[in-house]
Design a protein around this ligand. Structure first.
Ligand code: ZN
Ligand code: ZN
Ligand code: FE
Length: 762
């Protein structure tokens, strides 16, 4: 008989390996392979020591590294092989005290299958309990006050575990072994309903559902903040919510009971099903389908619907009792951050909500729902928050602790330690004073939580951004980063491009401060992490009235018509833009035209976002924006793929100017011929694709670079992204797109961070 050789190995793991049941996972793996040893947390990371037959030890290491628990992020792995010591059995050893170098808090995780099953099974201890969770699911980021992650340092601290929960918590074989937020009806948080000054405890959920079905609006305290909810099948209720929230058009997200109900409202691919039911449970933008009589006001002028599944037991119970899709929109006043405390909610949502469904587990870190869409089978992030934050992204450069402040719109900031960049949750638009103070609060919380003390700060070059002024007020060494360089760098880094890489970066957005002091936003940049060259841009046009042109895109349409010498369009009867301008006042329009000619308050912009806005107004789709991006969103929504396109012109050496005046003339001709706006809008999308593809082919010849990165808020447009992506692949380009961070300004901080780091190295 052959004697099997024994071996011992010490494995050191660094990264996000805490609070996700990593140690029980190691224990189970060791038991199944019959290897002996121990596992413990230490200041250096997780230390595993195993001993057994050589083959078993190898298999243990392979399985550990190839399929760790779902949220684990391994930064560094070291394996040391040693002679055996004769260990027997396997132990989880007590943690060493003191702060470890690399502690990552985890995101909030949607209710797992087992916990849901338990909550819905009569006779179970947690039957109908809205706070059921385990090591694989439940709140994390939203309840953590400090690290290491322990119940003592979460908002579960005030709930003393009952003996039954304690038993589960202590039992290594239990799914709730060391589940910090463990709770049950006997010892955990509870819900109640407040309506007209009355508090209802026992039947809170059923009463809440009754109110919803009667057409009332409810404020519901959830995981990372409050939602405002109403029955999505009840047009009157949805309209009431729009009026009270002063939000006339921006689409509302819909929570559905399950995938089956999702299928009644929207077209779903298997990939989209998988994402909806993932532990992150984001809101997905899906093509509408009319099998259920959804209230038209839920998402007016939009062929997409934002849909998500319940992600806490409270939501699951609510959706099952209700059995109708619910509007679940952020519980805030428009443009302000999410309400998180009861006081805040009552103050902010008074006059909007008819009743409040509350609970007594405090929200430490407020966090919105994440929003994404799927294009050609790939997830594109639109708003990165719950489920993803605060998991870090990896930078190709290390260095001192760094803060990247982000931009002013859709703000997200980044805190970096070593090679890790921790992006904050979606903060919002810093123009709003409440949002700006929220920014500062989150920064304080996250830097303490992650133990990051910035020695350096990166910021946008826009001189009047609140984020810029804030960055410069910190008194730290600072690095200014051009906005579109940051967009492209963020796309490069999330696609794991190494340090030396060069790309043709296509940065399309609404507004970004350019190196020449003008507004950029239709740019092709030869980009490395360290720097860029502006190879091409959209022809400059004046934004009449500056900021006002963003709210009233018909002003930009006016400028394009004037430059294209096609103001004859305005004389025509029976077209929408001329009719609108006559209503607005012909004299006032004349004044604006003079302003433009003289260059008064008419800053120049090469912005693609503004071109989409202008075309939207030109076609009479949307003359004025009630929310950011509305004109472009509605233009996308009446468009579809087509092959026909308008002429355009590419001229000049460096930069190459992408001139769309021939395109505008083509649109005017089509309008005068009475072509449908749906056709013109589709043809416009194809024209932009053709123009960018032609420009990129020229630039590839000049530079030899065939790797393209697409970034900027315009790429939230799924139709444009899909068509351009396919077209470029057809031309032999390799194309990088955004998946983990948004193409919009929510990705700017990540780009700033990697650029700042690269400059210090270089
Ligand atoms: Zn669970
Ligand atoms: Zn209990
Ligand atoms: Fe931008």
């Amino acid at each position: 008989m052959k004697l099997l050789k024994k071996q011992r190995a010490i494995i050191l793991l660094q990264g996000a390996v805490q609070g996700m049941g990593f140690r029980p996972f190691v224990h189970r793996l060791a038991s199944s392979l019959k290897v002996a040893g121990s596992v413990r947390n230490s200041v250096e990371g997780l230390i595993i020591e195993i001993e057994g037959e050589e083959e078993k030890v190898e298999e243990f290491i392979i399985r550990l590294l190839s399929s760790p628990p779902p949220f684990a992020l391994l930064e560094k792995v070291e394996v040391l092989r040693l002679p055996p010591l004769g260990y027997e059995g396997f132990q989880i050893q007590r943690s060493e005290e003191g702060r470890t170098g690399l502690l990552f808090p985890l995101p909030d995780i949607a209710t797992c299958r087992e916990c849901l099953q338990e909550t819905l099974t009569p006779g179970e201890r947690r039957y109908f309990y809205p706070f059921t969770n385990c090591t694989n699911c439940g709140p994390r980021f939203s309840i953590i006050r400090a690290l290491p992650y322990d119940r003592e340092r979460t908002s579960m601290r005030k709930f003393k575990m009952c003996p039954d929960c304690q038993r589960e918590y202590d039992d290594i074989r239990d799914r709730r072994y060391h589940a910090q937020p463990i709770a049950c009806p006997a010892c955990g948080p509870h819900i109640w309903l407040e309506v007209e000054g009355r508090r209802i405890y026992g039947d809170a959920l059923k009463e809440a559902v009754n109110l919803l079905l009667e057409g009332k609006i409810l404020a519901i305290k959830g995981l990372g903040g409050f939602h405002l909810a109403c029955n999505a099948l009840d047009e009157e209720a949805v309209r009431k919510l729009r009026e009270r929230k002063r939000r006339p058009f921006k689409p509302f997200a819909i929570m559905v009971r399950d995938l089956e109900m999702a299928h009644c409202l929207a077209e779903l691919s298997p990939r989209e099903e998988e994402l909806l039911s993932s532990p992150q449970a984001p809101i997905l933008l899906l093509p509408k389908k009319g099998d259920l009589p959804l209230a038209p006001s839920v998402a007016p002028n939009n062929k997409y619907l934002g849909i998500f599944l319940p992600y806490t037991p409270l939501h699951h119970l609510l959706m099952r009792e209700c059995d109708a899709p619910l509007v679940m929109t952020s519980g805030n006043r428009t443009d302000e951050p999410l309400s998180a405390s009861h006081r805040e909610a009552k103050e902010n949502l008074r006059g909007i909500a008819d009743a409040f469904l509350l609970h007594n587990r405090d929200i430490v870190a407020r966090c919105d729902d994440s929003v994404a869409r799927v294009v050609r089978g790939r997830m594109v992030m639109i708003r990165r928050a719950r489920g993803y934050v605060p998991l870090p992204l990896r930078l190709p450069y290390g260095g001192e602790d760094l803060l990247a402040c982000g931009a002013d719109l859709k703000n997200v900031f980044a805190l970096c330690k070593g090679n890790w960049a921790f992006l904050s949750q979606h903060i919002g638009d810093l123009e709003n004073a409440t949002t700006f103070s929220f920014y500062k609060k989150v920064l304080k919380h996250l830097s303490r939580l992650l133990n990051i003390k910035p020695k350096l700060v990166a910021y946008d070059l826009h001189p009047t951004y609140h984020s810029t002024r804030f960055a410069l007020s910190l008194g730290l060494p600072s690095i200014g980063v051009q906005h579109h360089h940051a967009h492209i760098a963020s796309c490069m880094v999330e696609n794991d491009l190494p340090r030396e890489e060069v790309v043709l970066g296509v940065a399309l957005d609404g507004t970004g401060y350019g190196l020449d002091g003008k507004i950029w936003g239709g740019e092709i940049l030869l980009t490395t992490y360290q720097g860029f060259t502006r190879l091409a841009h959209l022809r400059y046009i004046p934004l009449i009235g500056g900021e006002m042109a963003i709210k009233q895109p018909w002003r930009i349409a006016l400028a394009y018509l004037s430059l294209a010498e096609r103001e004859d369009l305005l004389e025509r009867e029976g077209l929408e833009l001329p009719a609108f301008l006559r209503r607005w006042g012909e004299e006032k329009v004349k004044v604006l035209r003079r302003m433009m000619e003289k260059g008064i308050n008419s800053p120049l912009a090469s912005s693609m976002g503004r071109l989409f806005d202008a075309v939207s107004a030109l076609l009479g789709v949307r003359f004025e924006a009630t929310y950011e991006g509305q004109p472009a969103v509605e233009l996308e929504n009446i468009s579809q793929e087509c092959e026909e396109h308008y002429p355009f012109q590419l001229e000049g050496e460096e930069p190459l100017i992408m001139d769309v005046l021939p395109l505008i003339r083509g649109i005017v001709d089509d309008l005068l011929e009475g072509r449908r706006k749906e056709e013109i809008a589709s043809k416009f999308h194809r024209s932009i694709v053709e123009m960018l593809a032609s420009a990129l082919c020229i630039l590839r010849k000049r530079t030899g670079v065939r790797l393209v990165a697409l970034s900027g808020g315009v790429f939230q447009n799924a139709l444009l992204l899909k068509m351009l992506w396919e077209r470029l692949e057809g031309e032999g380009f390799s194309v990088l797109i955004h998946g983990k961070v948004p193409p919009n300004d929510g990705g700017i901080a990540l780009g700033q961070a990697v650029i700042a780091r690269s400059r210090l190295e270089g």
